[in-house]
Write a protein that binds this ligand. Structure first.
Ligand code: TYD
Ligand code: MG
Length: 453
């Protein structure tokens, strides 16, 4: 095979070089050169060279056929990605090593209907025997139409597949496969990008869904899935502590559906099982009232999940008190502390503050402001929040409580779990009474629960 010519392109300024160097001599940035296949340029003066005639269409004349979607048989997953797989759709599944990506992919392909067979699984990580052992553990494999390729050379793997005509392709993982078109080692930025574009081309041409598994580390920044996010159609991230059994699969980007959707799984001895009612596992039904802990109805995409929010406020012995968060943006905590100090009548300047959303959920929508603020105030004043109460509201910089979206869905979920009182903004489109408490300001809310006013 003729060697493809490659160049090293600076990812910061775009300058290309024939050889790799640690520093870009053009923009002086360090470690920005990545190997790429050289695209032949048109000769000077003729910018159109190297192209054919592109098709120009009138938007109004384009016929749309509703693309048929393929159900995977894992209902929560199908729903989350917008109603099944899209033929030709490229999906990136990212997550930390050990979170369950390979397990999930294997279960997914075993559940596909008979008309979505065969499936090809390219593994650059594990041997065929290892995959077979896992499949046995999951109780799948016998009689299924799964072709395994324990191969790291992506060119070889795709060549082999040309005659097998798979309907679905899985590559596990993008960091362990390589194309000999580039000299750089597997896992480098150039390799990852080139392999991903080969897979995209393969999938789009043959109209098959392609799943690209990618490892992300805790900081999420090692040459990996991040650089692929704009190439693929759908980006899913698997989250969850390896020492807890629950895993959250989150839609980060989706050209065929909504983002922010989640589905929850439990890792068991025989693989991942879907959790139909996630609120069940994120709140402790037998919890006792304790200061700084309360339950909030958080929206995760179009679903409402009840989650426990925990805050701990302690005396600080540091010149710069600590602000530690998990499951939320640290700026959100800083902002709520500022509003509480200015408008809520409580002071945090000499306190260390820790805040957490239990179970690995994220507090990423405004409805979580009021619950977090009240958890903070409760911990500071060492007063418990009533166990039968729940709240949802956006806190403004001026200390007002604004209404939240999907209030009826949140109320329904709260009622389902036996919460009797629900605190919402006075401006909400719902009548007070029957357990609905309305508040205008954060100060009012704090006073109602913790100052007995
Ligand atoms: P794996 O799918 O290999 O993770 P990834 O591909 O994301 O690196 O899953 C690894 C973990 O899952 C491993 O610690 C063992 C555990 N596991 C189970 O608990 N039950 C099972 O049935 C399987 C197959 C794995
Ligand atoms: Mg794996």
């Amino acid at each position: 095979m003729a060697k493809v010519k490659t160049v090293y392109v600076c990812q910061s300024c775009g300058q290309s070089f024939p050889k790799w160097a640690g520093q870009c001599s053009s923009c002086q940035e360090w470690n920005t050169l990545a190997e790429e296949v050289e695209v032949p340029k048109g000769s000077r003066g003729d910018i159109m060279a190297g192209g054919t005639l592109a098709i120009v269409e009138n938007l109004g004349d384009i016929k749309t056929e509703r693309t048929q979607r393929w159900m995977t048989g894992i209902d929560v997953f199908d729903e989350m990605i917008g109603g099944g797989l899209v033929p030709g759709g490229i999906t990136l599944i990212g997550g930390e090593p050990g979170v369950g990506k390979s397990t999930f992919m294997l279960q997914l392909i075993s559940r596909l209907g008979v008309n979505i067979k065969p499936v090809a699984y390219i593994s650059g990580e594990e041997s065929a025997t290892q995959i077979k052992l896992r499949a046995d553990r999951l109780g799948i494999g016998n009689g299924s139409d799964i072709y395994l390729l324990a191969e790291q050379n992506l060119n070889s793997a795709l060549n082999a597949l040309a005659s097998y005509l798979p309907r679905v392709l899985i590559v596990d993982s993008i960091q362990t496969v390589y194309t000999p078109n580039l000299e750089s080692s597997p896992g480098s930025v150039g390799q990852i990008r080139e392999c991903a574009s080969m897979l995209t081309k393969f999938g789009k041409e043959r109209q098959l869904p392609v799943f690209i598994v990618g490892h992300v580390t805790k900081d999420g920044n090692i040459a990996g899935p991040k650089i692929l996010e704009h190439i693929v159609d759908t980006v899913l991230y698997f989250e969850g502590e390896t020492n807890s059994n629950f895993r959250i699969l989150r839609v980060f980007k989706n050209r065929y559906g909504a983002t922010g959707e989640v589905s929850v799984f439990q890792m068991t001895d025989n693989g991942l099982t879907s959790v139909i009612n996630p609120s069940d596992i994120f709140i402790n039904q037998n919890r006792t009232e304790s200061p700084g802990v309360l339950v909030a109805p958080l929206l995760q995409g179009s679903r409402c999940i009840l989650a426990e929010i925990q805050a701990l406020v302690t005396q600080s012995y540091l010149p710069m008190p600590r602000r530690v968060v998990s499951g939320m943006d640290p700026n959100k905590l800083g902002l709520l502390i500022a509003v509480l100090e200015r408008h809520g009548g409580v002071k945090f300047y000499n306190k260390d503050v820790y805040a957490n959303v239990a179970g690995g959920l994220r507090l990423s929508e405004p409805g979580g402001d009021l619950p977090l603020a009240l958890a903070l105030a409760g911990s500071l004043m060492d007063k418990p929040f009533p166990k039968d109460t729940i709240c949802a509201g956006e806190v403004t910089l001026s200390g007002e409580i604004r209404p939240v979206s999907q209030l009826s869905r949140r109320i329904a979920e709260a009622r389902r779990f036996g919460f009797k009182k629900i605190m919402v903004s006075s401006y909400s489109d719902i009548e007070a009474g029957k357990g609905i408490i309305k508040v205008k300001t954060l100060k009012e809310a704090v006073n109602a629960f913790f100052k007995g006013a």
